[in-house]
Design a protein. Structure first.
Length: 122
């Protein structure tokens, strides 16, 4: 039986809700994590409300370095990546899904007030 492969791709734009938290993992690779706030207008009971969601983002390697140098609370970013869920591997090799879900960034555009100052990172 052929195993099916499904698309896992996210595109999200929002405002960095905090400064990036940067650390080096056990393999010596830089990891940057932060949260973005994104909003939309929704109609509820004949009125329009702003609905805000907070999404966790993780960047690794060169993207993490770019987040460390360029990212800051309030900065608008556009992120392309994949939805990921943490897993814990037990002593007997079983995998347990943890509740943390985040977007693993593959590309980040750091937006600015001036269109000429936008910076793209891959």
């Amino acid at each position: 039986m052929k195993e099916e492969v499904f698309l896992n791709s996210c595109l999200i734009e929002g405002q960095m809700a905090d400064d990036p938290r940067n650390e080096t993992n056990s393999r010596g690779v830089m990891v940057s994590t932060f949260t973005i706030a994104t909003s939309r207008w929704v109609k509820r009971d004949n009125r329009i409300d702003k609905d805000v969601s907070h999404i966790d983002i993780q960047a690794v390697g060169k993207l993490a370095e770019a987040c460390k140098q360029t990212g800051r609370k309030g900065r608008i970013v556009r992120i392309v990546g994949k939805l990921t869920q943490d897993r814990l591997i037990g002593e007997n090799g079983t995998k347990e899904l943890l509740p943390r879900r985040y977007i693993e960034a593959e590309h980040i555009d750091f937006k600015s007030d001036s269109k000429s100052e936008n910076k793209k990172e891959n």
